[in-house]
Each structure stands twice: as C-alpha cells, then as structure tokens.
Design a binder for this molecule. Structure first.
Ligand code: R5P
Length: 298
C-alpha cells in the first residue's frame, strides 16, 4: 500500500495541516529555511520523501515575500524523491489582474499561473477570484480544484443573525452571495460598483428601501483595502439601515484597512480562516479535508 501523502504547512497555515492530520492521518512534515547574510535563502527537509506524494499548504497573501520559499520547497521535495508535489493555497494570489486594464499592463494572473503550474503537479484553492477567468484551468495547466466557502458562511449566518438581508457590493460578488442566500434561504441584493482608483470606489444600491428593517450582511470574497466595504457601509448609513455585519472570505486587510472598516460603523467583521487574522470566525478546515484527495486530479 502507498503511504499517505506528507503535508508541509508553510507560512503559518498549521491549523489546516493539523485538521488533515487528525481526520486523515497524513503525516505533517517540517521544513526549515536558512537565510544567508545576503538575504538569499535555502530550504531543508529531513523527512524521507522517496516515492511519496508531498503537499504544501500555503496561503499566498503578500505573495512576493513568499514566492522564493514556496518554489524552493517544491523543488527540494522533488529532488528528495517526491513522486508528486501539490499545493493547497487557501488564498490564491494574483487572480485580480485578469485583463489588461490599461494599455501596456501586465496580466499577472496568467504569469503567476504559469509559474505555479511549472513547479507543482496539482492545486487546490478556496474561492479564488474568478471573474473574467471562468475557471482556473483557463490559465493553470495542472489539475486544479476550487472549493467554496459558501456552505460554511451560510451556516454561520443562520446560526448568528436573524432577519438578514445579504448584500453583495459588486457584480463579481453575485456568484457567492446568491449561492449563500440560496443555502441560507435569505433575500439578497447585488450593488453596482465603479472603481475609480486603487482605494476609491463608488457604489449604488437599487431596491434597498424594501429591506430597511432587516439586518444587512455585506458579503465579499476579498477584503483588501476595505474601500469596497467602507463605501457600502457609508451608503447603508445614509439610508438609515442598521450597522451591517461584514463577512469576507479572504482577510487581506492591507495597511490600516481593518481599523478603517471597524471605524466605519459596522456591527461586526467576520472572515474565514484562509488567511490568519483576528477577524477569523468561520473555520474552513473541513472543506479542505474533504477535497484534499482530489489535488492531483480525479
Ligand atoms: C473585487 O473585484 C473583489 O471581489 C473585492 O470586491 C475587492 O477585491 C475588494 O477590494 P477592496 O477591499 O480593496 O475594496
């Protein structure tokens, strides 16, 4: 019988590794990095990887500081005899640059996909930002599995908020907001957003009057600068709605975004644990456990 894959958490995703180890018995491996005086790094793995499948778990927010470590990990595992090397990215970076927004722009989602596809044999990601790309296979050439946080978010809402109206801040959010609304059997509205700059967005809210006495829940995939949420919170306030609960899948919170959103007049901010953050309140370890065996294809 083949041994189970060995999993390596990178950059603090230990809770996913622990859940997989507890539920499926996969061994957790350790990787050590050494940094030289010139800031180059090298990786070291002592576990025996001969003829074993190896899976790294790495949330790829703030990706530029992580890339060298990630790629050296994958190549070290291969050098040590791993038969396959997979990546679980609870947050998959570089999905938002999915077209040339201005003439001369790079389309980084494509280049990043090419890079990851050349070092890994399979990828699992939770709610990657699929907007103009409809599927990861549009840009990734390895087997990919997308897992959704929708059930877990719907369960949290049902257990914690009564009389809710779900609000998606833009057209992109409609894919998960409508699904969560269906699962939780709640009404939802999708707002119209125009982004005027990295931190500047304008929002309009059709039909909101109808739901004035309900508890608004803003749902988005990524909270980065929080400009999208803050703008929406401001509009709800101007319409005398109750302070909303803000739910995000990926808690990036760049710079002061978390404090800015807290100060915008929200009831609560709650996120999934794809990126470790103090707002994490929705655990997604179970959905990774359920799908990990799909990492190298069906
Ligand atoms: C946009 O396309 C995404 O779905 C989010 O709305 C966006 O990434 C949020 O970014 P920010 O927090 O910077 O407004």
């Amino acid at each position: 019988m083949n041994p189970t894959p060995i999993i390596f958490p990178l950059f603090d995703n230990n809770y996913f590794a622990k859940a997989i180890n507890l539920s499926l018995g996969y061994e957790i491996g350790a990787i050590n990095y050494h940094q030289f005086p010139d800031e180059e790094i090298s990786a070291n793995i002592t576990a025996s990887l001969q003829k074993r499948e190896v899976i790294f778990i790495a949330s790829l927010d703030r990706p530029n500081n992580k890339l060298a470590a990630l790629i050296f990990a994958a190549e070290t595992a291969r050098e040590l005899g791993a038969t396959k090397v997979g990546l679980i990215a609870p947050y998959l970076a570089y999905m938002r640059q999915d077209r040339q927004f201005h003439s001369g722009d790079s389309v980084t989602s494509k280049y990043f996909a090419k890079l990851i596809s050349s070092y890994f044999d399979g990828l699992i990601a939770i709610d990657p930002h699929l907007h103009r790309w409809h599927s990861l296979s549009d840009i990734y050439t390895i087997p990919t599995t997308v897992i959704h946080a929708t059930n877990n978010i719907a369960d949290w809402i049902k257990a914690n908020i009564s009389n809710a109206i779900l609000i998606g801040p833009d057209a992109e959010s409609s894919q998960w907001v409508s699904e969560i609304a269906k699962i939780a059997n709640l009404p939802f509205l999708i707002l119209e957003k125009v982004r005027k700059g990295d931190s500047l967005v304008e929002i309009s809210i059709p039909q909101i009057e109808k739901y004035k006495n309900q508890s608004p829940i803003l749902v988005d995939d990524i909270i980065s600068t929080a400009a999208t949420m803050i703008k929406t919170v401001g509009h709800l306030k101007s319409l005398d709605m109750k302070p909303p609960v803000c739910v995000g899948v990926h808690a990036i919170f760049a710079g002061n975004a978390y404090t800015d959103l807290q100060n915008a007049g929200v009831e609560k901010i709650i996120t999934c644990n794809t990126i470790q953050h103090e707002s994490n309140g929705i655990d997604l370890t179970d959905i990774i456990v359920k799908k990990i065996d799909k990492i190298f294809g069906a």
